[in-house]
Design a protein around this ligand. Structure first.
Ligand SMILES: Cc1cc2nc3c(=O)[nH]c(=O)nc-3n(C[C@H](O)[C@H](O)[C@H](O)COP(=O)(O)OP(=O)(O)OC[C@H]3O[C@@H](n4cnc5c(N)ncnc54)[C@H](O)[C@@H]3O)c2cc1C
Length: 414
């Protein structure tokens, strides 16, 4: 076993939270060791936002809290200490031009998450953080005097007064987040709210989405229906897949859907393919299209209304033949088409596994962490930041900002 080295601070996990925490602590003159199990830092960050990294959201604090789950208020302090504009300044000062897109989502102008990672790595270097990669932490031991020992897979040990656990959740385990932080927090006496998938695709009972696999819908509206009522809705983009439904608005609704599935309630996603038109205007539009092309096959006429690959399957939902002439469609058949265009309903049978979730819901109980410092209320000198904490938000850059903000506050207190 190697002789323990001494650092003021050891940060476990080199994702957005850990890199920010380590850089901030070192910037304050602390000697900092950052450990990550991977051969590179920020593996999840690199694949985030489809490789473009939606690093934050330029909305105000109220919008932020609306987009978080019920533990969101825990983050109020962290967001005021490191708000999105400070984070944007952080990167812009390091030469990264940023751009704000639809829904106030912030991306690097280059469209490359790698640029964000490179800026963070420069920050770590400039502030003097010692980084050791390919170092999987297996255990943390705490002496009676509060000193901490971090033990690696190969047996090496490092000692420090303070340790920050920034090891993420359980989603996309191939990026390194495999639940170590949860296990360690529990071992050290903390409550871990049961981890479950959030921002996760949905599996439908019907196989119809499979035949539409790869088709994405822009400006659609999706609603969660259960107990005969609309429980939540979202407007934007979505996608059909080989198992069911995915894409931003579906991911955003997935937590609500999961709540009903856990309670063994029937739950449906209702898709409005034409949310800009009410049923009366949609009826007028169909009448216009059908009478303007009365001799044409229905499937040809619907080309202006639906993505091409969807048309045949969609028409069959109303028991119609796709080759029927537009002028032969009866009023009740037209009503059926309108019904399906505005309320295309799929019963959901499951969510995809946590490994495929964008974020993990659950984690270290926020009640056991001081929101002003990110220090454990139970173990002095033990800190948490990022997704390991029981906070999660909808898509839009909020999750990454939460990791950066909690990382910053943690680094400021370590
Ligand atoms: C496909 C995908 C796309 C996403 N896109 C976005 C987006 O565009 N915008 C957004 O806001 N959020 C996005 N997210 C979510 C966001 O990436 C995470 O919320 C964020 O990375 C969490 O940061 P973190 O530092 O807490 O954890 P992570 O980024 O998971 O980092 C944890 C680090 O800890 C290391 N580690 C774990 N265990 C150990 C151990 N035992 N020893 C040593 N090291 C260890 C891991 O290797 C990893 O590097 C996306 C997630 C996914 C999966």
């Amino acid at each position: 076993m190697s002789k323990p080295s001494d650092f003021d601070v050891i940060v476990i996990g080199g994702g957005p939270a850990g890199m920010m925490a380590a850089g901030r602590a070192a910037g304050r003159g602390k000697s900092v060791l950052l450990l990550d199990t991977n051969e590179i830092l920020g593996r999840k960050l690199l694949i985030s936002g489809k490789g473009r990294c939606n690093l934050t959201n330029a909305g105000n604090i109220d919008e932020y809290l609306e987009n978080f789950d019920k533990t969101g208020p825990f983050l109020r302090d962290a967001f005021s200490r490191m708000p999105h504009n400070d984070l944007m300044d952080f990167f812009e000062k390091r030469g990264i031009a940023l751009t704000v897109e639809r829904g106030r989502r912030v991306f690097p102008e280059s469209g490359r998450s790698k640029d964000i990672l490179e800026a963070l790595k420069r920050h770590l270097k400039e502030s003097g953080v010692k980084v050791i990669l390919k170092s999987e932490v297996k255990d943390i031991a705490i002496n009676s005097d509060g000193a901490k020992k971090v033990i690696l897979d190969g047996g090496a040990e490092y000692a420090a007064r303070s340790v920050a656990i920034c090891t993420g959740g359980l989603s996309y385990p191939e990026t390194g987040s495999r639940g170590f932080g949860f296990r360690m927090a529990e071992k050290l006496g903390h409550t871990v709210i049961a981890p479950r998938p959030a921002l996760v695709p949905l599996v439908t009972e019907s196989r119809l989405p499979r035949t539409w696999q790869g088709i994405s819908l822009k400006n659609a509206e999706a609603a969660v229906i259960s107990e005969g009522r609309k429980k939540a809705e979202r407007f934007g983009d979505m996608l059909f897949t080989h198992f069911g439904l995915s894409g931003p608005i579906i991911l955003d609704l997935s937590s609500r859907v999961h709540d009903f599935l856990i309670r063994r309630k029937d739950v449906y996603i209702s898709i409005n393919l034409k949310p800009a038109l009410d049923k009366a205007r949609l009826n007028e539009r169909l009448i216009r299209e059908f009478s303007g092309h009365s001799g044409k096959a229905l499937k040809k006429v619907l080309k202006k209304i639906l993505p091409l690959k969807m048309i045949d399957g969609f028409i069959k939902l109303c028991g119609l033949d796709p080759d029927v002439k537009a002028n032969q469609v009866t009023k009740s058949q037209r009503q059926c088409l309108i019904e399906k265009l505005t309320d295309l309903r799929f019963k959901i049978k499951a969510v995809r596994p946590i490994e495929e979730a964008i974020v993990t819901k659950g984690g270290v109980d926020t009640k056991e962490i001081n929101p002003r410092t990110m220090e454990s209320r139970l173990v002095k000198g033990l800190f948490f930041a990022g997704e390991v904490i029981d906070v999660n938000a909808k898509t839009g850059g909020y999750n990454m900002q939460a990791a950066f903000s909690t990382g910053y506050v943690c680094g400021d207190s370590l």
